[in-house]
Write a protein that binds this ligand. Sequence first.
Ligand SMILES: *Cc1c(COP(=O)(O)O)cnc(C)c1O
Length: 398
Amino acid sequence: MRVPLLDLNGQLAPIRAEILAEITRVMDSSMYIMGPDVAKFEENVAAYCQSPRGIGVSSGTDALLCALMGLGIGPGDKVLTSSYSFFATMGSVLRLGATPVFADIDPRTFNISPAKMRELLSQGDKSIKAVIPVHLYGQCAAMDEIMAIAAEYDLPVVEDAAQAIGACFPVAEAGGVRWQRAGSFGAVGCFSFFPSKNLGGMGDGGMMTVQDEVLAEQLDVIRVHGGKPKYYHGVLGGNFRLDAIQAAILDVKLRYLPDWHKGRRRNAQIYEALFQKTGLVEKGLVALPQAVYRALADDPVNGADYHIYNQFVIRVQDRDALRDYLLQHEVGAEIYYPVPLHRQECLVKTGWQGPALPETDKAAAETLALPIFPELSKDMLEFVVAQILEFYQGRGML
Ligand SMILES: *Cc1c(COP(=O)(O)O)cnc(C)c1O
């Protein structure tokens, strides 16, 4: 059996005709840049993400860059974020001449630790000008505490929600919780439509969700070279536009997104049950991902989007050897991310220094992402777990 890490064909088959019709329609409209398709998709994403405004951009990376430009981040500024993320989280900071400051992660969620954020901020460094929490793998960072800390230090929050469109955080309320979606907490939420994200385009694309109308207007202008009116550039921007054809494709896919999230959660539950039967968890050879908000959802699959499992990431012993074994046995597995941002050459060679990040380093050495896409069959999930079991049995570890 072959189980790829991600196979988009199963997702595409049932919606192929619908998408082709949209592509044809946009082609015949000859409106390829911005226009009504982008505007409609922006409205739909904003509504889905419980935000007043959505601004389509060219990628998740450009969403982060544009957001930081809008907040006036520049040379001499520092941005507090997580080192355990995709490069773009830091790349957007560096490209503006600013430098990152990293707080270590919470080992349970792989997301930035509010306690560590507080520790850093209490040192009184006034050059820290913004915070970027990352909702890694599709589970929200601790947004209640993060927003409270940011408010205390008067720092704008840019959410890197590239892996977390639709993921909800349980906000405590009288009589229970209110599930609030990623990207609706901070000043700007940044989303990616890279093909491997839960909502993936057929090319690059991204979106900013914005809470404040004034900031939204500024970002809207920065997206088009800072020109308003056209050819009059009061501020510096860039070409950060979303293509109409991507917007039209993504707008179709957005309607199916809630079901795809459920499919991923169902697969996560199946994995958990299968792993529990192997003994690997009790032996400490495999640690399953922790869905820390699940207990608050009324149904683990069909209830709130407490986790959208953009990735299903386990911690394992002998990670690199296990990954090689899985690849040899035709099971896709990937390491997100082998080199944390604070160890990336382009940063280190600038002489940058920061505090030790032991949990980040540990995660980078132990984590492994397994196939989790919604169309996987139970047989395929069983095969993946069986291969992992055989790997440890073969080494006499179980
Ligand atoms: C994918 C991703 C990005 C960048 O998105 P692109 O659309 O590929 O530019 C940024 N941050 C995180 C955490 C991501 O996973």
